[in-house]
Each structure stands twice: as structure tokens, then as C-alpha cells.
Ligand binder design. Structure first.
Ligand SMILES: Cc1cc2nc3c(=O)[nH]c(=O)nc-3n(C[C@H](O)[C@H](O)[C@H](O)COP(=O)(O)O)c2cc1C
Length: 240
């Protein structure tokens, strides 16, 4: 069996799948890896929905912007920030939580990312192909499709299936742009820009325009998340 470093070394997102179902014992092992993942304060504010129904997969593929590989996946794991169950637990312990805000969103997103990452590594070790999916671009629609209760905000997904393609590794920033020992990397601005943009070759300008420019992807995600933050508030309903 491949070790963790081998799995990481051979990672490449896979978006074509054979359609073979994910074995139940494998699905359990993948979800177990996510359940074992660390969370801040060990608060565990994450709930995972494992979607296998074809009709639901198709609707979710539409919700995340027409990403057909979600519809083709054998399983789509949806990682949701779950204030509902944490509020239920807090209230049953006699504590009334304050409204969730940016701090909850930011730190719980990290928890969800780590959990999804561990699930991805487990799935890849078991021979599956995976692709992370940005649910945070349209979390309210995904929540509606999955009939998630108030207080539960889906943020990231993991499409899983037996690979029907073997993509090579995608480029990464060179180490000298990525890390520094005891201090910030010692690259002059021009060299830093070249090292970072160089990853995308001739596509850098198009990518940066699409995601970073005014009206681009991240501005849209910011306004979506501001609007959907109220979905993370369980309100008064989540009582024991
Ligand atoms: C948080 C996150 C969100 C992502 N969202 C999507 C997505 O919505 N659709 C998709 O096809 N890939 C998505 N990806 C996959 C990235 O595009 C991919 O990891 C990146 O291009 C590097 O390629 P590699 O995974 O093959 O190394 C996402 C990855 C991460 C970590």
C-alpha cells in the first residue's frame, strides 16, 4: 500500500470516472479519515453528506456552475459547516451561543478544508481519483438541493470515482517562492512575480483577470458568502 508521501507525490485532480461504484468499506474508510481530522478546539463543526443518487449528483453539478464531473462522480462528498449541531450541544449544556460571524466562517472553513484533504488522501490511497469542488461559490443552492437545515452551510465538495484518465502532475510554484526558513522567502519582487505567474505559462493573465480583477470570481464569492453567512445562524430553532 502506498504511503502518504507517495500518495501526495502522485496526486493530480481526476475529473473523468469509470462510473464504478465506490465500495461501501472504502466509502466508510474515506469518511472515517475526514471524521478523524483535527478541528480547532476539537469543536468538530463539520457534517459530511455523501451523495450517490444520480439525480442529486446532476442537480449538484448544476448548482456548482455546470461542472459535469460532479454528475459523473460515483460519490460526491459535501463538507458542511454545521452550527446547528454545535448550537444544539451548547444549548443542552446551558450555553447560548452568540451569532456566528466571520471568525466562525474563516476558522471552520479551515477545519472543513483539512477534513476534505484527509478524505482526499484516503480516497487516493485506495486507488480512487478525486477533485475538490468549490461549493462556497453557491452554497445556498447546494444547501437547498440537499435540504440542509438552517445553521448548516456547505462549503467544499470532493468528487470521487475510479479514474478514467491519468493526468500528469500540474505545476506548482518553485520552493524558493513557496517557503522560507525563519523568514519570508528572499526573492526580489520581479523574480517572485515570475516564479508565481510562471506556473501558468501563457495563461497567467487570463486566469488572474478571471479570478482577481474587479467583478471577477473572488468578488462574486465574497458577496455570496456575505449573503449566505446568515444560513450558518441556527437562530432560535436549534434547541434541545
Ligand atoms: C478549495 C478548492 C476548490 C476547488 N474547486 C474546484 C472546482 O470547483 N472544480 C474543479 O474541477 N476543481 C476544483 N479544484 C481543483 C483545483 O483546480 C486543482 O487542485 C488545481 O488546479 C491543481 O491541480 P491538481 O489538483 O491536479 O494538482 C479545487 C481545489 C481546491 C483546493
Amino acid at each position: 500500500m502506498a504511503g502518504c508521501l507517495d500518495v501526495i507525490e502522485s496526486h493530480a485532480s481526476v475529473r473523468e470516472y469509470t462510473g464504478e461504484p465506490v465500495e461501501e468499506s472504502h466509502l466508510n474508510a474515506i469518511i472515517e479519515a475526514a471524521r478523524r481530522a483535527p478541528t480547532a478546539w476539537n469543536l468538530q463543526p463539520i457534517t459530511v453528506i455523501a451523495v450517490t443518487e444520480r439525480g442529486l449528483l446532476e442537480r449538484l453539478a448544476r448548482d456548482v456552475g455546470g461542472q459535469e464531473h460532479v454528475a459523473r462522480a460515483s460519490v460526491f462528498l459535501v463538507f458542511a459547516l454545521d452550527a446547528r449541531k454545535v448550537w444544539l450541544a451548547a444549548r443542552s449544556s446551558g450555553v447560548e451561543p452568540a451569532r456566528p460571524g466571520l471568525g466562525h466562517l474563516a476558522t471552520w472553513m479551515l477545519d472543513a478544508g483539512i477534513a476534505a484533504g484527509w478524505a482526499a488522501l484516503a480516497a487516493e490511497e485506495l486507488g480512487y481519483g478525486v477533485a475538490f469542488i468549490a461549493v462556497y461559490g453557491n452554497p445556498c443552492s447546494v444547501a437547498e438541493t440537499l435540504h440542509l437545515p438552517q445553521g448548516v452551510l456547505p462549503v467544499v465538495g470532493l468528487a470521487i470515482g475510479r479514474p478514467a484518465e491519468r493526468p500528469g502532475p500540474r505545476p506548482r510554484q518553485p520552493p524558493e517562492a513557496f517557503w522560507g526558513r525563519n523568514r519570508y522567502p528572499n526573492l526580489p519582487p520581479r523574480a517572485m512575480a515570475e516564479a508565481v505567474a510562471g506556473v501558468y505559462g501563457g495563461r497567467a493573465a487570463r486566469l488572474y483577470r478571471h479570478v482577481l480583477a474587479a467583478g471577477g470570481y473572488y468578488e462574486r464569492v465574497s458577496s455570496v458568502l456575505e449573503r449566505c453567512l446568515q444560513r450558518l445562524d441556527p437562530g432560535g430553532d436549534a434547541g434541545p
